[in-house]
Design a protein around this ligand. Sequence first.
Ligand code: ZN
Length: 105
Amino acid sequence: MLIDPREQRLSAAAARGWSCYPPRAMFDQRRIAATGQKARRGDLPAASGEMPRQSIGGGQPCDGCGETIHPVERFFYVSIRGRELRFHDVCYGAWKGAWRAFQRG
Ligand SMILES: [Zn+2]
């Protein structure tokens, strides 16, 4: 089985117990909540059928939760009406999920 080198870096960081990288699940819950709130406030454009592209973070802020996308993290970016949005992978999911919930009413 091939192991993604980025995943390897993440787990190596976790194994060393880096204080700047608390367990991923803690990050994820906070980020999902922040992105969902922002979407519900109307501070994010509506998600539609755009195709996200993926890259590795370079210290930019996430448009969902506002936290930094660290160089060991994957992120998604989409272009909506000329605006480029970057999201952590979990924030991208939260943004899409928030809009699906709106559409269901
Ligand atoms: Zn985020």
